[in-house]
Ligand binder design. Structure first.
Ligand code: WTA
Length: 682
């Protein structure tokens, strides 16, 4: 297992839903007690069709569905016969119901106003936002549902003018600007699938994804602001296009205003192409199982896989789980802030698709949590009276390290609920979050899920579930989660095993783009008939789940999934490296850091040392992105292998964990003795 959290066996602190939370719920929380949760969960498992049929009827349909579920493992068809549109349910529906002038998205740009006022991007601001931004010294925008409707329609028309049709895949490689959410929704509006690539990825990662999806159109920005510097998004796209012949058009949003070369015939400025389009565009009726998007994520082998999510099941499940987990109520004072990037599944599901149908403003921010200062998030919470704050354990550990003075400077009394996602949260971080950010009055929802599950699968419900630091507690409605052995037998309390889901759920992945066999092998073969998540976990005597970490060669670095193979491939692509083995190692802030063991080619052994270490780190950043930079690189004469030639990863993990960053050593290591000692154990 690549990571473990403190066992939790001795964890006895239990936090029932706080009085303060229950009092603040206005009417009442959606689920108000553990008994109510259990009754509903039991119903959702015994009668999934009745349960999900009812939930789905809360959505707007162009044609009603005729069946709820058709399940031929591993293929699920949900809500067949129906047609609907995801953008309609996020945007048009709210406008049609008379809420067009309510705020849908709040955005905070990287601080820099009013110097920003002169930039090209300022034209996108409403006059009141411009005044507000100048007053606060922060770039702030408020986008209403009506504004979203008009802007998604314009971009949708622009995409059509470039020949994009229903079923095409449009690649989005942008910074965290509202136009990224608009682009996601515009694709949904015309039935084009989007494939969002995180803006931190480098050109080779764009090439892989664009080629796999055969995307003809990329939407990008001239650049993105991060800590006062410009991330060269357009330059990366230019580099990627040389290796991605399918690309015919690139739409470029002017965000930073710096000079970027535009290639005639291929590149189009957003403000020229989009602004002149009509502001109406009917939402395309989509069949329930039509592709909504691809999102590439790391696996244990090969290149990243394009996870397929479809229109009805995904939209309905994310909107429903957002409502339950965050106890959302439209038309109240709720303001929801998720710190994720839309380039990851968390941003797809719980910034855009899950939030907008619930009519609670969703706040997105551009930049970094520690720029201009380490209180960035707390100043956002204070300024916008944020009630719901959702972030990752790695961020919480960083906040702890930065010190209590930063949150203490701000009025955080608006907060009512806190959430975490992405990796197991250690109880110390949980307690700090609870006390220092939540003032001991905010429930913490530790939400366990994956790119593949589309939405929350195990999580507390804030008005119902007593929480225990470090446990993601109980399954979501409709999720038949269990801990089993490889024969599929459920294990007794506290025994570690495989986390599986035994029944289909609406937002389950519908496949890996273009690779049926990999889909079956990865998720459906280890325990026949059950979805295997790839995580080790246990259940305690209360029935609460504790996630212990990945059981494959995926590592979770700062809540971001990375395949060790991807980093290894990047390393061996360097001229000096012959072989590389990458494993996770404990890291104070990131949860898991990246340790690489490399062997050097004959002409390069003399280069083992810090200069080459740096060069290899930069090389990996250039091949994949900065998130994949190894934290530790060790040079070795040979990698420890079993007789059958398998790298002894457990041995490497032990070594990486035992010896924290020893950047100073330049001697080559000899693993042979150690390997022989351990050979029998692997
Ligand atoms: C891990 C992110 C423990 C887990 C939404 C999973 C978690 C992988 C939690 C998916 C949590 C996510 N507690 N572990 N609350 N949430 N994980 O696809 O290992 O980027 O399999 O989706 O993150 O990562 P992904």
């Amino acid at each position: 297992m690549s990571q473990e959290i403190s066992s939790g066996l001795s964890e006895s602190r239990v936090f029932p839903p706080s009085e303060a939370f229950l009092r603040g719920c206005g009417d009442r929380p959606h689920v108000a007690s553990l008994d109510e949760y259990r009754a509903l969960w039991t119903r959702s498992i015994q009668d999934p069709e009745g349960f999900w049929g009812e939930v789905a009827r809360g959505f707007d349909w162009f044609t009603p569905f005729t069946s709820v579920l058709d399940w031929q493992c591993p293929d699920a068809r949900w809500f067949d016969g129906g047609t609907l549109n995801a953008c309609h349910n996020c945007v048009d529906r709210q406008v049609n119901a008379g809420h067009g002038d309510e705020v849908a998205i709040i955005w905070e740009g990287e601080p820099g106003w009013p110097s920003d006022a002169s930039s090209a991007y300022a034209a996108a601001f409403s006059s009141s936002d411009r005044a507000l931004s100048a007053r606060h010294g922060h770039a702030v925008r408020h986008l209403t549902y009506r504004h979203l409707q008009e802007e998604t329609a314009r971009l949708a028309n622009a995409l059509r003018s470039l020949g994009v049709r229903k079923g095409d895949v449009v690649t989005l490689y942008m910074g965290m600007v509202p136009e990224l959410a608009i682009a996601v929704l515009a694709c949904a509006r015309i039935g084009a699938a989007h494939s969002v690539i995180f803006g931190g990825f480098a050109a080779p990662a764009i090439i892989d994804r664009v080629a796999d999806a055969q995307s003809r159109v990329i939407i990008t920005c001239d650049g993105a602001w991060r800590r006062g510097a410009i991330v060269p998004l357009k330059a990366n796209v230019d580099e990627a296009c040389t290796g991605a012949p399918s690309v015919e058009h690139v739409i470029v949003l002017r965000r930073t205003g710096h000079d970027v070369p535009m290639r005639a015939g291929r590149d189009h400025w957003w403000h020229e192409l989009v602004a002149s389009q009509p502001s109406t565009c009917a939402c395309e009726p989509m069949a329930s199982e039509d592709l909504l998007f691809l999102l590439y994520t790391s696996g244990s082998t090969g290149k990243p896989k394009g996870i397929r999510h479809t229109t009805a099941g995904y939209s309905i499940f994310t909107a429903f789980t957002a409502r339950m987990t965050f106890d959302l109520h439209p038309g109240t004072e709720q303001v929801y802030f998720c710190t994720a990037d839309i380039g990851w599944i968390t941003g797809h599901s719980y910034i855009v698709y899950g939030l907008l149908p619930n009519r609670v403003p969703t706040l997105m921010y551009e930049g970094a949590p520690n720029a201009p200062a380490e209180d960035r998030f707390w100043s956002i919470v204070e300024r916008h009276r944020v009630t719901h704050f959702y972030t990752a354990p790695t961020a919480i550990r960083a906040f702890m390290k930065w010190g209590d003075a930063h949150p203490a400077k701000h009025d955080l009394s608006s907060l009512r609920l806190l959430g975490t996602v992405g990796e197991p949260i250690n109880p110390e971080a949980w307690m700090w979050y609870h006390r220092t950010i939540g003032g001991e009055r905010c429930p913490i929802v530790d939400t366990m899920w994956q790119t593949e599950t589309g939405g929350h699968i195990i999580t507390p419900l804030p008005g119902a579930t007593p929480t225990v630091p470090g446990s993601c507690t109980l399954p979501m409605f409709g999720i038949d989660a269990a801990i089993v052995n490889e024969r599929g037998e459920e294990l007794p309390a506290n025994a570690g095993g495989l986390l599986v889901i035994r029944k289909p759920w609406p937002a389950m992945l519908r496949g890996i783009h273009g690779d049926r066999q990999r889909f079956i092998d990865t998720y459906w073969s280890k325990v026949p008939g059950m979805y295997v998540a790839g995580d080790g976990a246990r259940r305690d005597e209360r029935g609460y789940f504790w996630i212990m970490g990945r059981i494959d060669d995926v590592i979770n670095v700062s809540g971001h999934r990375l395949g060790t193979m991807e980093v290894e491939s990047a390393l061996v692509a360097h001229e000096a490296v012959v072989e590389a083995a990458v494993v996770g190692m404990p890291h104070e802030i990131k949860g898991t850091g990246i340790a690489a063991f490399v062997t050097l080619g004959p002409g390069h052994t003399g280069r083992a040392g810090d200069a080459l270490r740096k060069e290899l780190q930069e090389h990996v950043a250039h091949e994949i992105g900065a998130i994949a930079k190894p934290d530790m690189i060790r040079f070795t004469q040979a990698l420890p292998k079993t007789r059958s030639g398998k790298i002894m990863r457990r041995l490497l993990r032990d070594i990486a964990a035992g010896n924290e960053v020893r950047q100073d050593t330049t001697t080559l290591e000899d693993f042979t003795v150690l390997a022989k000692l351990r050979e029998t154990e692997e």
